[in-house]
Design a protein around this ligand. Structure first.
Ligand code: SF4
Ligand code: SF4
Length: 571
């Protein structure tokens, strides 16, 4: 270990660390554009210039190694002056685009212009002009005028994806980013270049010009596009999800996410196919009813069947809390041995980086929570056989994608009673006698476990009556001209959907159970008492990064590869 002093703070560090590493590890901020903790060092922006005593000139903190006894000043007069000069230089050709730039509000250059620039330019000449809209690939648009040539996007492709699809062409003030002629930036991870770009040069073709950063709420959550469970932020305006961006978690996804998860995993939430309230089939058509009516009707229907005649099929898209309560409902209230969940996997759609062929976010968590058959005869295969033989006559299904499992769905046609807990309409809802509106991942709290046994928290980002309860009550802050109440982000409760655990709890209560769950955390606390791998955990210990569970990974082998249709888009 060596000792360096940075801005008066004595720091013990390794001689292999750069000044910027040592500073960040000790809570000191060094301004930077081209440096990124997960990328190789380029040293081209010069924004991290610092003063080092006994060195004749300022040095860049990103590529200067610490030495024993080194005394560094990040905020000395010379360092501040050098930084202002770098800002003036970078801004010479940067367009005054902030009012129309997607990056405004989350732009490093804009922020630094306020913090580290003198606020005036001595440059009177015409700025360089360049291409404003170049599609580098199907999902990324490039504005060459805004580029500050930091090379982060190029290094991301090379260092992280291992596919150098971008490069610099030209020289001097004409330098710009390009793909090889005739080629596109189209890797499955291409959109991460948008996140690493410190300015608005690279924009998301799906999100461009849809919203300003300050008009959206940002909720930490996880992607439900596959069994990786990449950490994300969900960006919502007026109760619609507008984009997902990756959130750092070194144990799960580092800083990144795939394009499919970013673009597809949340479409069901905004879709016009949402089931907004419970519905019962009457005279062949579904009619909206209150929750009390729906629960009473479902309970009355279920009472007409013996325990061996009912099957419960859960969803690996549901949370651990959903799975725990559902399996308790099946075992303790319905006393049925027929219990399983539906798998969703895409053959070959997996790589050595993030993507997993298992397109479910919580198969491991559902199994951990006990949503598993007691033996193979009562699992999915057994349920299909029992449906075909007329043994099972009533089925509860909590996955609107059930119709994608062709064999199961064919067998379901023989059931006398189908009760669907679903967030979106599908062929399953057409078949269902009772449709109970369930919440999507973006509307409820709870936990999920990824393929590495890493348990993580979901947070509700879209306002429903359920999120209201999670947040401690809906707090309207303004009214529109029609008197509709909005919260401070312009959201109104979208619908009265409920998480699966809450629907199952309500049904159990109508059937006489004294279950006291009011909040997802109540369910988790019970799981933590009963499941050894969760004994040491609570929502507090999971925090924002989640925790790796100890012990062997819950079995979540996927015996069925049944479709090449993406479970999300259905295409
Ligand atoms: S496009 Fe963005 S990330 Fe790429 S070199 Fe330019 S400023 Fe840097
Ligand atoms: S790798 Fe999986 S979890 Fe991560 S962003 Fe893609 S789909 Fe989502």
């Amino acid at each position: 270990m060596i000792t360096v002093t940075i801005d008066g703070k004595s720091i013990q560090t390794e001689p292999t660390k750069t000044i910027i590493d040592a500073a960040f590890e000790n809570g000191l901020y060094v301004p930077h554009f081209c440096w990124h903790p997960a990328l190789s060092i380029s040293g081209n922006c010069r924004m991290c210039l610092v003063e080092v005593e006994k060195m004749p000139k300022q040095v860049i903190a990103c590529s200067t190694l610490c030495m024993d006894g080194m005394v560094v000043h990040i905020n000395s007069e010379k360092a501040v002056e050098a930084r202002a000069a770098v800002m003036e230089f970078i801004l010479i050709n940067h367009p005054l685009d902030c009012p129309i730039c997607d990056e405004a509000g989350e732009c490093k250059l804009q922020d630094y212009a306020y913090r580290f620039s003198v606020g005036e330019s001595r440059f009177d000449e015409e700025k360089n002009h360049n291409m404003k809209r170049t599609a580098l690939g199907p999902r990324v648009m490039f504005d060459a005028e805004r580029c500050i040539s930091c090379s982060r996007c190029i290094r991301f492709c090379e260092d992280v994806v291992g596919d150098p699809q971008l490069t610099f062409v030209q020289r001097g003030d004409r330098v710009t980013v390009a793909t090889f002629p005739g080629k596109q930036l189209d890797s499955p991870y291409s959109m991460n270049v948008i996140d690493v770009c410190p300015v608005g040069a690279l924009t998301n073709t799906d999100f461009r010009f849809k919203a300003r950063a300050w008009d959206m709420s940002k909720t930490p959550s996880i992607c439900t596009g596959c069994a990786r469970g990449c950490n994300t932020n969900i960006w919502v305006r007026q109760n619609d999800i507008l984009r997902l961006t990756p959130r750092e978690n070194q144990d799960v996804n580092n800083f990144w996410m795939c394009d499919a998860g970013r673009l597809e995993s949340w479409r069901d939430v905004n879709a016009g196919t949402r089931v907004k309230q419970p519905m019962l089939r009457r005279d062949g058509v579904h009619v909206p009813v209150t929750w009390d009516e729906a629960l009473a009707s479902v309970v009355s229907d279920l009472k007409g069947y013996a325990k061996q005649q009912i099957a419960v099929i859960g969803s690996p898209f549901d949370t651990c809390e959903d799975a725990w309560v559902l399996q308790r409902f099946a075992r303790e209230i319905l006393h049925t041995p027929y219990l399983d969940l539906l798998p969703h996997t895409l053959p070959g759609d997996e790589d050595a980086f993030l993507l997993r062929a298992d397109k479910t976010p919580n198969t491991a968590g559902a199994r951990l929570a006990g949503l598993a058959p007691q033996d193979a005869a009562h699992g999915l295969d057994g349920i299909i056989a029992a449906l075909e033989q007329g043994i099972v006559k009533a089925v509860i299904v909590t996955d609107h994608r059930a119709a994608m499992h062709a064999e199961f769905f064919r067998a379901l046609a023989r059931a006398e009673l189908v009760i669907a807990f679903v967030s979106n309409t599908s062929a399953l809802t057409e078949r269902a006698d009772a449709v109970l509106a369930s919440s999507t991942f973006a509307e409820k709290g709870g936990t999920m476990v990824n393929f590495q046994s890493h348990m993580q928290l979901l947070n509700p980002a879209v306002l429903t009556m359920e999120r209201e309860r999670w947040m401690g009550g809906f707090q309207p802050s303004r009214l529109d001209t029609f008197g509709t109440e909005f919260d401070r982000w312009g959201r109104i409760p979208r619908m009265d959907s409920r998480p699966t655990w809450k629907i199952a709890t309500a049904l159990a209560r109508v059937l006489g159970a004294k279950w006291k769950f009011e909040h997802a955390e109540d369910v988790f606390d019970e799981m933590a008492q009963k499941i050894p791998a969760l004994h040491a955990h609570s929502y507090d210990t999971l925090g924002r990064a989640g925790r790796r569970l100890e012990g062997p990974a819950p079995a979540h082998a996927l015996p069925y590869v049944y479709s090449d249709v993406h479970p999300r888009s259905g295409q």
